[in-house]
Write a protein that binds this ligand. Sequence first.
Ligand code: PMP
Length: 417
Amino acid sequence: MRTGAGNALEIRKERGKLERVYTAQYYTFYVAVVNMELAKKFSEQKPSGMVRVFQAIEKMNDVLNLSIGEPDFVTEPDIVDAGAKAAKNGFTHYPPLQGYLDVREAACAYWERHHGFKSSPDNVYISVGGLHIPWLAFGALLNPGDEVMLIEPYFTPYEAQIRGNGGVPVPVKTSEENNFAPTLDELEAAVTSRTRGIILNYPGNPSGRVATRKQLEEIAKFVEAHDLFVLSDEIYESMVFKGEHVCFANIDGMKERTLLASGVSKSHCMTGWRVGYLFAPQNVINTMCVLSSFQTYGVNSLSQKAAAYAMNTQDEKVKARAKIFGERMKAVEKRLNAMKGVKCHPAEGAFYLFPDISGTGMTSEDFTWRLLNDAKVAVLPGNAFGSSGEGYLRIACTQSMEVLMMSMDRMEEFCRH
Ligand code: PMP
């Protein structure tokens, strides 16, 4: 700004704080730091229980971190090669909005092979990670004030995604007695005339529980009776240690009502590639494409091609890694059950354990923060996932057995005092 440009300077002074002034020959430069006013909807927003733990860990040393919800394994080198090959072969342009056909076909083949679920590639949408699916789906389906039932304890982002699209999240309380699956009474207590949909997530984050076919069939009857849509997040389908994975859309009458969400982040250790996918009725897919045309305009071309290769070629590796997660969870569960005041249900699915720590007399938050500060072990408080999670912790077995056992040593010592 030129010296003497008085008016402009006055305006800047009004709007913000003048930070630094320096001169160079005929000019004087003013660097103003403007206190940018945030949208009102964010002015009250506080970091979630999960984010507060993540932020605290960043400032600490020597923490054994059992709070991470992603596999510790890196992406297999041949998958990386497939991505690099795509770049060399010219897949460097805008991708189709719905996703490349071969990627959609790979998702169909994977689900038919593993879960007997049949879909046309026309009914598949490739998304920026699994996380963008609910955002687009709620954008496509919700009118202001529409209610969506969220089964506690739930993956926290759903809540903000419902609100952000004008909907109202309605938590459904559950309990460990019914394995954190809702009973009919719990569902009926939460449903209203404004309810449009329900989110299911089995194997579940954070509970690590797998709903039984009987439980899911009961939920399906409720869904039909109240004419709801279902967002079934089955991103942990490849990690099931008890019984089988039941694909909700395979239950009689549910395919037309279900948005089946998944992705390669967990199964194929590809979190950083950001590829998820959704099977859904055609009108939902079409609207999601329109919405994404002014948000992301599709998904990174190279990541898509790598994901197609991954879904087509890695079944044995996926199985082998699931076995490793299962062994880790079993070992950690055993250690937890030997601790004073701690009770841990055997591992069922995903890579999370959700032990009950109420016997220690501490709340989830107290336990988490004291464990972090005193023993330098990071876990997440169960109440960060809804009130039914109070008295529990989420422990992610996404570290080597050695780190897990060291963490259990520290935690055992912590529980003794
Ligand atoms: N759903 C659940 C239940 C998850 O736990 C996660 C990741 N933690 C996602 C969706 C999102 O996965 P992505 O990394 O593919 O966005």
